[in-house]
Write a protein that binds this ligand. Structure first.
Ligand code: HEC
Length: 176
């Protein structure tokens, strides 16, 4: 039966539904949707983590690395070289030549060492950039070299060892 009461309930229902719509609408306007912000933030975190894994930034330039490198670290890295090289003045040639005062010196310049023809034909003097390239991958920089050493992968290690090599000189060459 259609009664006054039914009308009251129906009217009440419509008012409540309408209020809900209004509140929902106003709420949406006042508070920006939260979800998209959260997912954007986490997407950024993920890409930041990826960036740490695979640096999109190239290696720092050698002069910057040399400016922040230290000789003590270089000495540690140079443990990989001492089986074959001595560094001090008048040190013996071993499997590899003595490396005293090597930066700024002619390539293949240690007396009494039998060098490969690869290094002899390359000629020139040892500078910072070429030393860095040589120590990264000796056989790539100088195909045919007798130096059987796989190389120092880390740019920071190379800068440190170069700084260490440079310290074996009475008048070390100026840093780049
Ligand atoms: C397994 C032995 C071995 C190791 C390890 C080794 N070298 Fe050598 N290195 C040699 C030999 C042999 C040569 C001579 C290369 C030639 O004749 O082609 C050489 C040559 C060089 C030269 C050129 C010298 C010159 O008179 O022109 C430099 C510089 C050098 N090594 C630096 C290093 C450094 C720095 C390390 C360590 C990070 C290192 N080497 C590790 C064997 C080695």
């Amino acid at each position: 039966m259609w009664s006054i009461n039914t009308n009251k309930y129906l009217g009440g229902f419509i008012v409540v539904a309408w209020l809900l719509l209004v509140v929902d609408f106003v709420g949406d306007q006042l508070i920006p949707p939260i979800e998209p912000i959260v997912s954007k933030a986490s997407a950024e975190t993920v890409s930041a983590e990826k960036a740490v894994d695979k640096p999109a930034v190239p290696e720092q330039p050698l002069n910057v690395l040399l400016a922040t490198a230290n000789v003590d670290k270089g000495k540690k890295v140079a443990k990989k070289c001492v089986a074959c090289h001595s560094f001090e003045s008048g040190g013996k040639n071993k499997v590899g030549p003595n490396l005293h005062n090597i930066l700024g010196k002619n390539r293949a310049g240690a007396s009494g060492f039998s060098y490969s023809s690869a290094i002899k034909t390359m000629g020139g003097k040892w500078g910072f950039e070429d030393m860095n390239a040589f120590l990264k991958k000796p056989k790539k920089f100088m195909p045919g070299t007798k130096m059987s050493f796989s190389g120092l992968k880390k740019a920071g290690d190379r800068a440190a060892v170069i700084l260490y090599l440079r310290s074996f000189s009475d008048s070390p060459v100026t840093l780049p």
